[in-house]
Design a protein around this ligand. Structure first.
Ligand code: UDP
Length: 380
C-alpha cells in the first residue's frame, strides 16, 4: 500500500523542539514502513525523517508558526494543498492520502472527488468550540476522519462525526525505553505556554504550596527566554500575540527563577531529561486537551501525571496507578494530587505506556483504518 502522508507546511519532521503534529508523524512514519506501507511524505524542506519518497519539500514558512497574521498562515496552507493536488494529479500510484492539515485538507480532498484517492484525515485540534467550521462539509465516500481521543471526537462538528472511523490514541517512541535519570524535586508542565494548558494555575499553586516547577515550551513564536525578552524590548507588535499576552499578564509574574523556572522550548534530549527527572507532570487543563502527547511522553519516561479530569486525560491516565485526576477547577485537590502522585510507581507508568502507547500499536490501528478506507467500507 502506498500512502501520501500530508504532514503540512509548518515544521520539520521530526521537529527541533515544540511540534505536535510533526512529532506524531515522526512516530508514525517508521512504524508504518516497518509494516510494509510505502510512505510518500508531503512536508517542509528541512525534514530529515527517512520516507520512501519525500515530495515537493515545501519551503519552511518565512514567519514563525505561532504568530499572527492569520491570513499569511492560511496562504501558506493553501499553497501547500495546491502542491498536494498537483502531486495527486501527476501520479496514479497513491492508494490513499493520510491528511494532517486541519480544515483545508479534508475540504480540498473531498472536492477532488474521484480525481483523488480516498483520504483519512486525522483530527488534531479541539473543534468543540467551532461547530460551524465544517457546517456544510460532506466527505461521505471520499474523506474519512479519525480523532486522537474518544473525547475529542465526541465534541467534533457533526459533519466530521458523520464520517468518523473512531479514534487512535497518540503514541511515542519513548515507550519502553530504559530510563536512568534520577527523579529531581520539581514538577513540570510541558507544552506551548497558552491559556488552555494552564501554566498560570500551576505557577500560582507552586508558590502557594512551596513547590518547584519547571515550565518547558515556547511562548507564541519565541522559543528561548532571550528571544522573547528581545522581542518585548524591540518589537511593539510582540504583545499582539495572545500567548505572549497570557505570558506577560498571568504567567511571568510567578516566574522567579527559583520556585518557578521557564526554560523555553526544549529539544528532544533536554525534553526527555527534564520529563524523566520530574516527580510529576502537571496538566491543570483549561481546555479539553484533544490528544495529550505530553501526557503519553511523561508516562513513557516514568513520570506520573497530576491534572484536571477533562479532555483526553481520563482516557490516558489510569487514576491511582499512572496519575491522579481531580475535578476541573479543584485547586486544593490538584495540590494534593501533585504531592501524592510522586508516590506512584514510575515502572507502572512505563509499563502502561509501553503497552498502550507504543508506535507499533498506533501503526497497526492506522493500517486497519487505511484498509477500511481503501475498501470504501461505509461505517454508517
Ligand atoms: N515539545 C517539545 N519541546 C517543548 C514543548 C513541546 O519537544 O519545549 C513537544 C512535546 O514533547 C510534544 C509536542 O511538542 O511532543 C506537542 O506539545 P504540546 O502538547 O504543547 O502541543 P499541542 O499539540 O497542544 O500544540
Amino acid at each position: 500500500m502506498r500512502v501520501l502522508l500530508n504532514a503540512g507546511p509548518w515544521l520539520s519532521v521530526p521537529p527541533a523542539g515544540y511540534g505536535g503534529i510533526e512529532n506524531v508523524v515522526a512516530t508514525l512514519v517508521p512504524a508504518l514502513r516497518d509494516r510494509g506501507v510505502q510512505v510518500v511524505l508531503a512536508t517542509v524542506g528541512t525534514s530529515t525523517i527517512p520516507a520512501d519518497e519525500v515530495v515537493f519539500r515545501h519551503p519552511v514558512p518565512q514567519f514563525p508558526l505561532l504568530q499572527l497574521p492569520y491570513n499569511r498562515v492560511m496562504g501558506c496552507v493553501m499553497a501547500h494543498m495546491d502542491h498536494v493536488v498537483r502531486e495527486l494529479a501527476r501520479r496514479d500510484d497513491v492508494d490513499l492520502v493520510h491528511d494532517h492539515v486541519e480544515a483545508v485538507g479534508p475540504v480540498v480532498l473531498a472536492a477532488l472527488g474521484s480525481a483523488a484517492p480516498p483520504a483519512l484525515h486525522t483530527l488534531h485540534w479541539d473543534l468543540g468550540k467551532h461547530p460551524a467550521l465544517y457546517e456544510n462539509f460532506d466527505g461521505r465516500g471520499r474523506v474519512w476522519v479519525n480523532g486522537v481521543s474518544a473525547d475529542q471526537l465526541s465534541r467534533a462538528p457533526a459533519a466530521l462525526r458523520a464520517v468518523s472511523l473512531g479514534h487512535v490514541h497518540l503514541a511515542t517512541p519513548l515507550a519502553g525505553r530504559r530510563v536512568d535519570v534520577d527523579k529531581g524535586r520539581y514538577a513540570i508542565v510541558l507544552g506551548r505556554i497558552t491559556p488552555g494548558k494552564g501554566q498560570d494555575v500551576a505557577a500560582r499553586l507552586a508558590h502557594a504550596a512551596g513547590q518547584q516547577l519547571v515550565l518547558a515550551g515556547p511562548v507564541g513564536p519565541y522559543d528561548r527566554p532571550a528571544a522573547l525578552a528581545r522581542a518585548l524590548r524591540d518589537d511593539p507588535d510582540a504583545t499582539r500575540n495572545p500567548d505572549v499576552q497570557y505570558w506577560q499578564e498571568r504567567v511571568r509574574p510567578w516566574v522567579d527563577g527559583r520556585c518557578v523556572r521557564w526554560v523555553g522550548s526544549v529539544g528532544p534530549a533536554e525534553r526527555d531529561e527534564l520529563l524523566a527527572g520530574a516527580m510529576v507532570s502537571l496538566c491543570p487543563l483549561q481546555w479539553d486537551e484533544p490528544g495529550g502527547t505530553a501526557v503519553v511522553e511523561s508516562l513513557a519516561l516514568g513520570t506520573p501525571v497530576a491534572g484536571y479530569r477533562r479532555g483526553c486525560l481520563p482516557e490516558l491516565v489510569h487514576d491511582g496507578v499512572t496519575g491522579l485526576l481531580v475535578d476541573p477547577g479543584d485547586e486544593d485537590g490538584l495540590v494534593a494530587a501533585w504531592r501524592d502522585a510522586r508516590r506512584l510507581d514510575p515502572r507502572a507508568c512505563r509499563r502502561v505506556a509501553a503497552e498502550r502507547f507504543a508506535p507499533s500499536r498506533m501503526a497497526d490501528d492506522y493500517v486497519s483504518l487505511y484498509e477500511k478506507v481503501r475498501a470504501g467500507q461505509d461505517p454508517f
